[in-house]
Design a protein around this ligand. Structure first.
Ligand code: 3PY
Ligand code: ZN
Length: 640
């Protein structure tokens, strides 16, 4: 068609000068662009037709095969809600017009307990290996802007989503953020920032964190939940200061570990109160409590939130939990009663167990009380009907959890990691080994000095636990043979001090024995690291990939190799974020018609016609698709 358009174009026929022809007829070159994109897309679809999905972590095909239905909303009084345009009403208006301090003040003045919906970030990170794709959030974004207009925020970015988007889904996390922002202008967007680690797994130079926060704020993040995996205040402060500089709402967060009411445990009430004081002094706008493993029981929640409420009457308090043991609703209700301004929950179909407690359940538990969350339960349920379908669509990433885990109080594995470890154990058919892994996790934690466990330190404990199980090492063996063992790299990085300083210090002599002369940082790593050389990286990227945007650069700083792989992939297959998930994850039936909207108004109508026989010599197959009525053919290497 391009050649046909070219040959029949009047300017071409008239034979006017070629160079101005390029400038004057952009429509033809846009056509080459989309032809190119269509061809790349076809290679992906051809590949999946022959080889099936190559997405890491995927087991089998989606259970949901129908058309995903986006609900038509109506409120609890039976009034239809017009969601053709996004809702404009919401808490974000205060942040945008009046700034973070005004937001904090307005929240404090508000009666009731607000809810942050984590469905777009932590819920799928904790249940579906972080695999939910941009398109599936965008498809329900306008409806969400209406149904959740009074929410504290949507947690929709950061944490593992940044890495996974590029590494496994071949999507640009910044593109996700920008597109979501357009469709949800009214609800604050919250992200999870791992303090001086940014969204990576160990510390980066301070200027890298500042650059990242500036970009995140600019492209749509309003509230930053900043934590440090060891509650190292120096590390935490880097993140909080970077958010303040970028103009975002800084939620300075303490990670809740252990059981502060148990006198035998390391992290007690005074520890948390002392930490809160430091967070407030840093200039945070909000105090965050992050119960990443779901071990904050109602009584402790009441005491901690109640005491913070009394001591800091002007500071909003926002609590996060996981429902691993099944106490999530009870704990969040206790927090609301004790004076929390916001608690976290996820839509019912994406809630429970390693995810957050159910939004509908928290809502119902607070309904009609002075802590009412101010959301319409009817609309929330309608929105959930969408996520019920999505949950089945992403069935290939389920970890196979069947019930809550009452042992979480012992092993303290964070929600997201728990799913991950169960998945790995079940993959290897290791029912027995799973019990051993949990026990080894406890032992590894003891060996490391009972550290706070959340990304990236939870990975350190998990890696050490798996190392112990696979090498059949007891706690005593590790202590005795530490100077000969080949520890996982995350463990060595932790011992070096690359993740900050643990409360109470590093375990000795284990640290020195394991490091065997490697460097030891006894202050925050940012003080040792050279500032990131942005000019050099810009140049490198330009040479490698042509153009470079500031957000590309920010991705590259966090994950250089992952970014390069992502770019290679998109050069080969194009931007696949527009492909509906069912066809991204599995081949279509022969003759089944489906649509891909490459860009607004540019829709491809596709049908798989046939997969040809294997050519023995080359190990390839021809795949035939119908694309907008024309038969197209691609040759695909058969990997079987
Ligand atoms: C992350 O850092 O990704 C987390 O979700 C920690 O809980
Ligand atoms: Zn979490």
């Amino acid at each position: 068609p391009f050649l046909a358009s070219l040959l029949t174009h009047p300017t071409f026929i008239e034979g006017t000068c070629w160079t101005t022809f390029i400038d004057d007829t952009p429509e033809l070159f846009a056509l080459i662009g989309s032809q190119n994109r269509a061809q790349k897309l076809l290679s992906y679809l051809g590949d999946i037709a022959v080889n099936g999905s190559q997405i890491k972590g995927q087991i089998g095909d989606p259970k949901f095969k129908g058309e995903i239905v986006v609900p038509s909303l109506e409120d609890s009084h039976g009034n239809a809600i017009d969601a053709t345009e996004p809702c404009q009403k919401g808490w974000r208006n205060i942040i945008v017009k009046e700034g973070p301090e005004a937001f904090a003040k307005a929240v404090r003045a508000h009666k009731g307990c607000l809810i942050m919906d984590t469905t777009w970030r932590d819920a799928h990170q904790s249940l579906l290996a972080t695999r939910v794709r941009t398109v599936d959030m965008l498809n329900v974004a306008k409806e969400t802007s209406h149904a959740l207009s009074n929410a504290w925020a949507l947690e929709c970015w950061g944490g593992a989503t940044f890495d996974v988007a590029m590494r496994f889904l071949y999507e640009d996390p910044w593109d996700r953020l920008k597109k979501m922002r357009k469709l949800v202008p009214n609800i604050p967007f919250q992200m999870l920032l791992r303090g001086a680690n940014g969204v990576a797994y160990s510390s980066l130079p301070d200027n890298a964190i500042y650059h990242f926060c500036e970009q995140a704020k600019k492209h749509g993040v309003d509230i930053f939940r900043v934590f440090d995996a060891l509650n190292d205040v120096d590390q935490l402060e880097v993140g909080v200061k970077a958010v303040l500089k970028a103009g975002g709402v800084a939620e300075g967060t303490m990670c809740y570990s252990g059981d502060m009411l148990n006198p035998k445990k390391k992290y007690n009430f005074d520890y948390y109160m002392d930490l809160a004081e430091k967070i407030v002094k840093m200039g945070a706008h909000v105090i965050g409590i992050k119960d990443m493993a779901g071990v904050l029981k109602p009584k402790a929640a009441t005491m901690l939130v109640g005491s913070l409420r009394k001591k800091y009457p002007d500071m909003p308090i926002h609590v996060h939990t996981h429902d691993s043991a099944g106490t999530g609703v009870a704990s969040m209700v206790a927090c609301a009663h004790a004076g929390a301004d916001a608690v976290d929950a996820a839509t019912a179909s994406m809630s429970g167990m390693t995810s957050q407690p159910s939004l509908s359940a928290v809502l119902a538990s607070l309904e009609g009380s002075e802590f009412d969350a101010g959301l319409d339960g009817h609309m929330i349920r309608q929105l959930d009907s969408y996520w019920a379908q999505l949950r089945l669509l992403y069935s290939p990433f389920e970890a196979g959890l069947t019930g809550p885990d009452p042992e979480v109080y012992e092993h303290e594995i964070p929600g997201g990691q728990l799913t991950n470890l169960i998945f790995q154990a079940s993959q290897q058919g290791l029912g027995e080994q799973w019990a051993q892994t949990k026990k080894a996790y406890e032992d590894a934690n003891d060996l490391l000095g009972d550290i706070v466990k959340v990304t990236p330190t939870s990975k350190v404990v998990g890696d050490l636990a798996q190392f112990m199980v696979s090498n059949k090492l007891s706690k005593k063996d590790v202590e005795e043979k530490a100077d000969q063992l080949d520890f996982p790299s995350s463990v060595l990085e932790f011992f070096e001090g690359l993740m900050g300083q643990p409360y109470g210090g590093f375990p000795e002599p284990l640290r020195s024995k394991a490091l065997r002369g490697r460097r030891k940082m006894d202050k925050r790593p940012g003080l040792y690291l050279e500032p990131y050389n942005f000019d050099k990286a810009r140049k490198e990227l330009k040479e490698k990939w042509g153009g470079v945007t500031e957000t590309d650069l920010a991705s590259y700083v966090m994950y250089p190799k992952v970014f390069d792989d992502y770019k290679k992939w998109t050069s080969k297959y194009g931007d696949l974020s527009v492909v509906p998930t069912r066809y991204f994850l599995a081949r279509p039936e022969i003759g089944e018609e489906f649509h891909v909207e490459l860009e607004k108004g540019k829709v491809l109508i596709l049908k798989l016609l046939a997969v040809g026989p294997l050519s023995e010599q080359k190990g390839q197959r021809e795949v035939f698709y119908e694309m907008n009525g024309e038969v197209r053919q691609v040759t695909v290497d058969d990997l079987h």
